[in-house]
Write a protein that binds this ligand. Sequence first.
Ligand code: 5GP
Length: 204
Amino acid sequence: MKEKGLLIVLSGPSGVGKGSVRKAVFSRPDVHYAYSISMTTRAPREGEVNGVDYFFKTKTEFERLIEEGKLLEYAQYVGNYYGTPVDYVRQQLDEGKDVFLEIEVQGAKQVREKFPEGLFIFLMPPSLDELKKRIVLRGTESSDLIQHRMQAAREEIELVHMYDYVVVNDTIELACQRINAIVQAEHLRSDRIAHHYLKMLGVE
Ligand code: 5GP
């Protein structure tokens, strides 16, 4: 029987750079994870393509997917729904592929409940000051909203114990190397591979 793939979940506070790190992970030629394209009700940004960046859905379509149990997890973020299609994830894992999710923390919490054997990586800002700088740089948010986002980030960081690994996003390249090293090591855990050797010895 084919070995099941790993479910890799990258999460972390808003503004930490999850999207940039995920893109860098996938730009490496030696990395072959299956990326789970999320569903969302938010409007496409300039340059975004349906079926590549996201599957763009209406609110009604999304709520139907929820009712039909087609989502592994979903969350509301800044007034829009985001969710992970469950069939794709299960199918890729069954084919032995590692599946990579880049999702916000509420969604990661739901995945942990359903897939406790997944690999949960928390992307951490180098400091709260740096996170604030990134949030300010990113947008046109008012100072009230920035305060609100910083408070949300503090609450998100408090959930860090739910994760298996913490990766600091000091530079995208280093964060990306750390994530790939974690995945490689995870594949070599004795509880994942011991049965091959027991089979070799004829004791399993
Ligand atoms: P954006 O609108 O900037 O593309 O994404 C907003 C947030 O939604 C990011 O924190 C991103 O990680 C998160 N996100 C993207 N896809 C999903 C998903 O399928 N589920 C959840 N829970 N969050 C998602």
